[in-house]
Design a protein around this ligand. Structure first.
Ligand SMILES: Cc1ncc(COP(=O)(O)O)c(C=O)c1O
Length: 386
């Protein structure tokens, strides 16, 4: 039988990493043992107390039932406390917080809640590819705003204002920015909120990297008046090494949370109770957790700099977040060429920046989710072939 896929999937290919991981698995099957420095999936362990809590709670016979669509109250209260402590943002745990099955899920929910055919949404180029695909799946049109090294990977708001924004309903924004590692100032967020108010655009700030190699964490919701025009996504994936647990959160004004819940509650159900209790424990962990995490990433980053220098790449040391973003040498056509060459010659996978948009064409992104030992091995392999 031949099945015709729905029109909404017409522009949406299988996710690049999903395809690449299949290719790498094929190489490994043939004995290659590829070192994957592509994906930002933390290899370090979640906090022990979180694992212990999960184990204890799963033994409880009452743990296995359906859960509330908007999460258990204990998790929402823990999120409210964490936001107050870490970002100085006050949130009502009853109405302004929505636990999610990962922030990727939240990106889709937000698009499905607010966008439809005929609408436009601004997306960063380069940026996390899910913004484009979620906008497309909602039926709306993604409109890229270019980021570049020349503008320190920030949107030029003055230039944006000159464009026809009449159909733009929503803007995806993400600082610390993935893939460039740029970090926002409070002043930038103030200007962005002003812009959003002027043009009646909902700002959706995706904030999963603020704890990684970043001294000053900022939530857009800490800007006065922001709740009127902005919402924020956050995640347990990177901050607590819990990527596979699928736990995230949406924060914002009560109207926004109930609008998104209207879609989400028709789409999925509350997460497993032990997951939510364990996640609540993660949020009350002390400052040593963040210090130790960043110590590990800091040492790895030094090795990544070494590897990038071997490949003649140029990088900025002011970057924050879980990756290093680097400009490739002019001798390559684009970063796909460099990435393919390093994969075939050294059996090391690094992400070509073009997958994040055309503005990333001459850049590569290396993940810090590999041990120092693995990075040493990658360096050795690359040295052997250059
Ligand atoms: C910018 C950005 N947003 C969201 C996500 C998704 O995170 P989660 O695991 O919470 O779905 C990622 C994951 O790599 C990301 O890089």
């Amino acid at each position: 039988m031949q099945m015709k896929i729905a029109d909404r999937l017409q522009h949406t290919e299988e996710y690049y990493f999903s395809k690449k991981l299949t290719e790498i698995a094929e190489l490994n099957k043939n004995g290659a043992v590829v070192i994957n420095l592509g994906i930002g999936s933390p290899d370090l362990q979640p906090p022990t107390v979180v694992i212990d809590t999960l184990i204890a709670e799963i033994q409880n016979p009452a743990s296995h039932s359906y859960q509330k669509y908007n999460g258990i109250p204990e998790l929402r209260s823990a999120i409210a406390k964490w936001y107050l402590q870490e970002y100085a943002v006050e949130l009502d745990p009853e109405k302004e917080i929505l636990p999610l099955i990962g922030s990727k899920e939240g990106i889709m929910h937000v698009c499905m809640t607010y966008l439809q055919t005929g609408d436009e949404a601004l997306v960063p180029n380069p940026g996390y590819p899910t913004y484009v695909s979620a906008v497309q799946l909602s039926g709306a049109t993604p409109v890229a705003y270019d980021l570049s090294a020349a503008n320190k990977w920030f949107p030029d708001l003055e230039q944006l204002k000159q464009r026809d924004l009449s159909k733009v309903k929503l803007m995806w924004i993400n600082y610390p920015h993935m893939p460039s590692g740029a970090k926002a100032s409070r002043q930038f967020f103030v200007e962005l909120i002003e812009f959003a108010r002027e043009h009646e655009i909902l700002i959706c700030h995706d904030n999963p990297y603020s704890f990684i190699l970043n001294d000053e964490r900022i939530s857009i919701l800490s800007i006065p008046g922001s709740k009127e025009v902005a919402i924020e996504l956050n995640s347990f994936s990177k901050t607590f090494n819990m990527a596979g647990w699928r736990l995230g959160m949406l924060l914002g004004a009560k109207e926004r949370i109930s609008e998104v819940l209207r879609f989400k509650s028709n789409m999925d159900s509350g997460m497993l109770y032990p997951l939510q209790v364990a996640a609540s424990r993660a949020l009350s962990i002390g400052p040593e957790w963040y210090q130790n995490l960043n110590k590990a990433y800091g040492s790895r980053r030094e090795k990544v700099y070494e590897l990038l220098s071997l490949l003649n790449c140029k990088y900025d040391k002011d970057q924050v977040g879980m990756f290093v973003w680097a400009r490739i040498a002019d001798s390559y056509k684009d970063a796909y060429q460099l990435s393919d060459q390093v994969l075939s010659d050294a059996r090391v996978f690094i992400t070509p920046g073009g997958i994040f948009g055309s503005q990333g064409k001459n850049y590569i992104r290396i993940s810090l989710c590999a041990s120092e030992q693995t990075l040493d091995e990658a360096i050795k392999r690359i040295k052997a072939v250059i």
